[in-house]
Ligand binder design. Structure first.
Ligand SMILES: NC(=O)c1ccc[n+]([C@@H]2O[C@H](COP(=O)([O-])OP(=O)(O)OC[C@H]3O[C@@H](n4cnc5c(N)ncnc54)[C@H](OP(=O)(O)O)[C@@H]3O)[C@@H](O)[C@H]2O)c1
Length: 356
C-alpha cells in the first residue's frame, strides 16, 4: 500500500469491463481511490456491490455533462471503454476540460493515430498529457523498443514478436477488431518506409526464435498491432513489424474461442506471454524481452504505473505521448517487476547476447 497515493482519486471509464475491473483493483491495491464510471448504471452498481464504498458515476460518451461529473474532483482518468473509436475523443475532451491527464488502453491502430493527429498540438498548448495505448499492446512494446535502443537515437528496424500460448479474447477485443477491420475496408496494414501502409497481401507465416524455453515458433508475420503507432510517434525507425504466435492468432480469429477465465487468486487467466523485441541499426542488433501472465490483467499495472508517474511529476513531455516518450522506459519496466519479468540490454547483456 502506497499511502502517499491516498489523496488521488482516479476515474476509470469502462470500469466494469474485463480490463476496467483489473484497473480498479490495481488502483485500490496501490492506495489510489478509484472512481468507477461507465455507461451502464446497473453494471456500476453490481461492481460496487463487490467493492463496498466504491464511488460510482454513470456517464456516456455522448453526454459531455455526464463525463464532466464523472471527472469532477479526480486527479486523472484511465479510459478502458473500447472500441476507442467511439470513446477516446469524448473522454479526452472531458479530461482537457477538467485539466487532468488522460491515459487509455486502446489497441486500435486508427483510434490511436487519431488521438495523436487530433490532440497533439492542443494538449501541448494546454500543457496536458495524454498517453494512449498504455497497455499490453502498443505500450509495453513501445517501452521495450525504447529500452532496447539504449543510447541509440534511431534504428533501421524494430521487430516485436508476441509469444502468446493462447488468446481468449474479450467482447471488447472482438468489438475493437471489428471496428478496425471496418475502418480499413477489410484491408491489412503494415508500417514500412516510415508510414502506415494499407495493402491486400495474403497472410504469411515465418519462424521466430524466441528465448528459451519457448524456442523457435511459427508466427504470423505482419500481425500488425498498436506498436506501429506508438513506436514511430517518437522514434525515427522506418520499419516497425509485429508478429504473433500462430496458436494465439488462430484463437483470436475463431468466433467460438471463449472469453478469458480466471485461473489464479488475482483473477488472471492461464495465458502466458513473452514479448521479444529486436532493434537493428547497421549490422548491429539489440534486444529486450518481457514475460508475464494474462495480457488483460497486466494492462492494469502498466496503466496505473503511468498515472502514478504522471501525478508524481516523473514525466518527460506534454502533449500526446507514447509511453516510451512520456516516461523513463527502463525505469518504468523495472518498477513493474512484480508483474513483468524484463531482460534489458544494459542489465542483462550476457543473457541477451547469448541468444543473438
Ligand atoms: N492495448 C491492449 O493491450 C489492451 C488491453 C486490454 C484491453 N484493451 C482494449 O480495451 C477495450 C476494453 O477491453 P475489455 O477486455 O475490458 O472488454 P470488455 O470486458 O468487453 O469491456 C468493454 C468495456 O467498454 C465499455 N464500452 C464499450 N463501448 C462503449 C461506449 N460506446 N461507451 C461507453 N462504454 C463502452 C463496455 O461497457 P458495456 O458493457 O456497457 O458495453 C465495457 O465496460 C477493448 O477495446 C480492448 O481492445 C486493449
Amino acid at each position: 500500500m502506497e499511502s502517499a497515493n491516498e489523496a488521488y482519486k482516479v476515474a476509470v471509464f469502462g470500469a466494469y469491463g474485463h480490463t476496467g475491473r483489473f484497473v480498479v483493483a490495481e488502483l485500490a491495491a496501490r492506495g489510489f481511490v478509484p472512481v468507477a464510471s461507465g455507461r451502464d448504471a446497473a453494471k456500476l452498481r453490481e461492481l460496487a456491490a463487490s467493492r463496498p464504498g466504491l464511488d460510482i458515476r454513470p456517464a456516456t460518451a455522448g453526454d459531455p455533462a455526464s463525463l464532466d461529473l464523472a471527472l469532477s474532483g479526480v486527479a486523472a482518468v484511465i479510459n478502458c471503454a473500447g472500441p476507442f473509436a467511439e470513446t477516446a475523443a469524448p473522454v479526452i475532451e472531458a479530461a482537457l476540460r477538467a485539466g487532468i491527464p488522460y491515459v487509455d488502453v486502446a489497441a486500435e491502430i486508427e483510434a490511436n493515430a487519431d488521438t495523436f493527429a487530433h490532440y497533439a498540438a492542443r494538449a501541448r498548448t494546454e500543457g496536458a498529457l495524454i498517453v494512449p495505448a498504455m497497455a499490453f499492446y502498443g505500450g509495453l512494446g513501445d517501452l521495450l523498443v525504447t529500452a532496447a535502443l539504449g543510447d541509440w537515437t534511431s534504428a533501421d528496424e524494430a521487430h516485436i514478436a508476441y509469444g502468446l500460448n493462447s488468446w481468449h479474447p474479450t467482447t471488447g477485443t472482438r468489438a475493437a477488431g471489428e471496428v478496425s477491420h471496418a475502418r480499413r475496408g477489410g484491408r491489412r496494414v503494415r508500417f514500412a518506409d516510415g508510414r502506415l501502409q494499407y495493402h491486400d497481401d495474403p497472410v504469411s507465416t515465418t519462424d521466430w526464435s524466441f528465448p528459451a524455453p519457448m524456442g523457435t515458433r511459427t508466427v504470423v508475420a505482419e500481425f500488425t498491432m498498436a506498436d506501429v503507432v506508438t513506436v514511430p510517434s517518437h522514434l525515427p525507425i522506418p520499419e516497425v513489424r509485429t508478429y504473433m504466435t500462430t496458436e494465439a492468432a488462430k484463437d483470436l480469429s475463431e468466433p467460438g474461442t471463449p472469453a478469458p477465465v480466471p485461473a489464479d487468486e488475482h483473477g488472471r487467466s492461464d495465458q502466458t506471454f513473452l514479448v521479444d523485441v529486436v532493434v537493428r541499426s547497421g549490422g548491429t542488433e539489440r534486444r529486450a524481452v518481457a514475460r508475464g501472465r494474462d495480457i488483460y490483467a497486466v494492462t492494469a499495472p502498466l496503466a496505473v504505473e503511468a498515472v502514478h508517474r504522471i501525478l508524481t511529476g516523473r514525466t518527460r513531455t506534454t502533449g500526446v505521448a507514447s509511453p516510451g516518450a512520456a516516461f523513463d522506459a527502463p525505469d518504468f519496466l523495472r518498477a513493474l517487476s512484480d508483474h513483468i519479468l524484463v531482460e534489458l540490454p544494459e542489465r542483462d547483456p550476457e543473457v541477451l547476447a547469448a541468444r543473438g
